[in-house]
Ligand binder design. Structure first.
Ligand code: ADE
Length: 336
């Protein structure tokens, strides 16, 4: 099974860090969100506050949630501490993180739908009153202890808004959804990244990579990097349109960004389930993929292309998917 180009690894984190925008004009797209956040920051600065209301970003992986949080920290001139929610196992872990912050710091809580419910409850008073009400000991000997914590700003990020409890959701001052980017925005991102990484690239090659980037900045940057490696071996590093085409074909990413894993999902629905409807669990089992990977990585883009549709009875393959895979379409309307 090949690794999705959107997966995060240590090497990719360093790569993302190099490309991270430090100014608003370098953060391309998501214009409405940018405008909203600029107002929030400006207002906080006018009030001479070093902290502002807690923010929640939701949207698919690679759409710029972390990038945006780091840009906010840069603009506020504050420290940012990133924590992946599943690593917070006990109240003590949360207490250690919160007490180590300073006034005005940003805590970026990634995958916040995966925070365990005990820690989530402790977080409520931390967010609202900057206090932690810890329970020490068990049974009749249990004691409570109130701990003051620095006035921090929480930036939560999640790919699944629906999995967040409503008490947690309601404690964020503003919630922003990051959607897919326009093709032209992805081209601009590739152009900017090429400049930073000193990659020579033909304008036509930028277009070829952009079209296969699933409207997602992280994927655009990863593909650029892979094509660059290919060009270094074959063409002294210069990315021509031929090299871009050849590299992406070699990576089995087709002209609309569909890779071997997407094809497997589509073919499973069409061939094993007669085009659907098929439930998520059955689809995951039949295609040997994890349900979460299907939900977060494959399905949103396949739906965006109109290749998959969700119905109350499960997923169905759309006519466009049959066309793309060159399989004869059978009208399933009578089945739904
Ligand atoms: N990297 C991730 N998201 C980005 C964006 N919106 N603009 C520029 N670089 C990015």
């Amino acid at each position: 099974m090949s690794t999705p180009v959107n997966k995060n690894t240590k090497e990719n984190e360093i790569f993302d860090f190099t490309l991270r925008p430090k100014a608003w004009q370098d953060y391309i797209g998501q214009e409405k969100i940018k405008k909203n956040i600029q107002i929030i920051i400006e207002a906080a600065k006018k009030r001479q506050d070093s902290y502002f209301e807690h923010l929640l970003f939701y949207g698919g992986p690679g759409l710029g949630k972390t990038t945006l949080a780091y840009l906010i920290a840069e603009k506020m001139g504050t420290n940012i501490r990133t924590v992946s929610s599943p690593t917070i196992e006990k109240a003590g872990d949360l207490a250690a993180i919160l007490t180590n912050l300073s006034d005005g710091d940003i805590l970026f809580l990634d995958e916040c739908h995966r925070l365990n419910s005990v820690c989530e409850e402790y977080l409520y008073s931390a967010m609202e009153e900057f206090k932690l009400n810890l329970i020490l000991g068990k049974g009749p000997m249990a004691r409570t202890m109130e701990l003051d914590i620095p006035r921090f700003t929480l930036i939560g990020a999640t790919t699944r808004l629906a999995m967040l409890s409503s008490p947690l959701r309601s404690r964020f001052g503003a919630i922003f959804q990051l959607g897919f980017y326009e093709n032209e925005e992805i081209e601009k991102i590739i152009q900017r990244s090429s400049k930073i990484l000193k990659i020579q690239i033909e304008p036509e090659a930028i277009k070829i990579i952009a079209k296969r980037s699933r409207f997602t900045p992280r994927i655009a940057n990863r593909l650029l990097k892979r094509v660059r490696d290919f060009a270094q071996v074959e063409e002294k590093g210069f990315i021509t349109s031929q090299i871009a085409q050849k590299a992406l074909n070699f990576l089995e990413i087709d002209e609309v960004g569909i890779d071997a894993n997407d094809r497997k999902i589509l073919e499973t629905i069409i061939k094993k389930f007669n085009g659907g409807p098929v439930g998520l669990q059955a689809l995951a089992a039949a295609s040997s993929e994890e349900e979460n990977t299907i939900l977060d990585i494959y399905e949103p883009y396949l739906m965006q292309l109109g290749f998959i549709k969700r119905t109350p009875r499960g997923r169905i393959a759309g006519e466009l998917a049959y066309k793309h895979l060159k399989i004869k379409y059978k009208n399933q309307n009578t089945l739904i």
